[in-house]
Design a protein around this ligand. Structure first.
Ligand code: PMP
Length: 309
């Protein structure tokens, strides 16, 4: 499945540029060493026009990622970046799109010191429907437990969306897809379930929901939304260590992320999970999530930022 990056304009360092002009030099340290932090955000078509899901939380996480990585100063505040995101959506005329803000390091000499150089920022948008395939919402996806371990928390900073961190995700995802799976589940350095290459993981057993605590994982914004929606629906939710075999025995497993949204996992390591399709609890949570992102849920008011005010 190929995704076309079809936004016509990219916001870069305060200017709206035709996409083809938003380029970076070949010698950029960001390109050579993975020196950047980014976000993935979605904007949804609602009755009140385009609305960005949890924009403030995403921008706060971006600023937090920059702080964790060690950028001493960003040229724009979270507030200014929120306005820039809305402006970029408007200029590109999307009702619904994926949004990619990226803070990247640029230096005139190649070096490994973040303080030698500057932070630049770009924001791109494009139309992007389902990340794990259109069928996935009903059929679920097939996953394997990756042969690659998720980052140790003192090797890479797992709470930050640092571009270089994603080489780990790329190793795991590529291996999974080459093996014929849709997604990889990664274990942490102790052997507990951490997360997928771009999603958080949940399991359902005997009507309760379990998800790994935030120790080694990215604190997913969709994960937080799902936890709240699940509690609203009356489910008991446990954030605790989860082992690989607990996934095998689960009634349902599902994953959450901005790109993937909320998707069931029907098979792990050639073992069928539950009924082998998206299970009833996952369906209930998916329905609440879809209502929330479209402005049709009591939670929507706090979570949607309408592009046209
Ligand atoms: N874990 C990883 C490693 C991710 O890249 C993502 C996607 N940002 C997630 C979890 C899910 O986070 P969110 O719900 O904020 O998109």
């Amino acid at each position: 499945m190929t995704t076309k990056i079809d936004g016509k304009y990219i916001w870069m360092d305060g200017k709206m540029l035709p996409a083809a002009q938003a380029t970076i030099p070949f010698m950029s340290t960001a390109l050579h060493y993975g020196l950047g932090v980014f976000e993935g955000i979605r904007c949804y078509d609602t009755e009140r026009g385009p609305a960005v899901f949890r924009l403030r939380e995403h921008m706060e996480r971006l600023v937090g990622s920059a702080k964790i990585f060690g950028f001493r100063q960003l040229p724009y505040t979270a507030e200014q970046l929120i306005s820039a995101v809305k402006e970029t959506i408007k200029v590109n005329g999307f009702k619904e799109c994926y949004i990619r803000p990226l803070v990247f390091h640029e230096s005139s000499n190649p070096n490994l010191n973040l303080d030698e150089g500057v932070a630049r920022i770009g924001i791109a948008v494009w139309g992007w429907n389902s990340y794990l395939g259109a069928e996935a919402i009903h059929n679920g996806v097939r996953a394997n437990v990756s042969s690659y371990t998720r980052h140790h928390i003192n090797v890479m900073m797992t709470k930050a969306k640092i571009t270089g961190n994603y080489a780990n995700s790329v190793l795991a995802k590529t291996e999974s897809v080459r093996l014929g799976f849709d997604e990889a589940i990664m274990l942490d350095t102790q052997g507990f379930v951490a997360e997928c290459t771009g999603e958080n993981v949940f399991l359902v057993r005997n009507g309760a929901i379990y998800t790994p605590s935030t120790g080694t994982i990215l604190e997913g914004i969709t994960r937080d939304a799902i936890l709240n929606l699940a509690k609203d629906l009356g489910f008991t939710v446990y954030e605790q260590p989860v082992s690989r075999d607990q996934l095998y025995l689960a009634d349902e497993v599902f994953v959450s992320g901005t790109a993937a949204e909320c998707i069931g996992v029907c098979e792990i390591d050639f073992r069928t999970i539950g009924c082998g399709k998206t299970g009833p609890v996952t369906h209930q949570i998916q329905d609440a999530f879809h209502a929330a992102i479209r402005g049709n849920h009591p939670r929507s008011a706090g979570w949607l930022d309408y592009v046209n005010g």
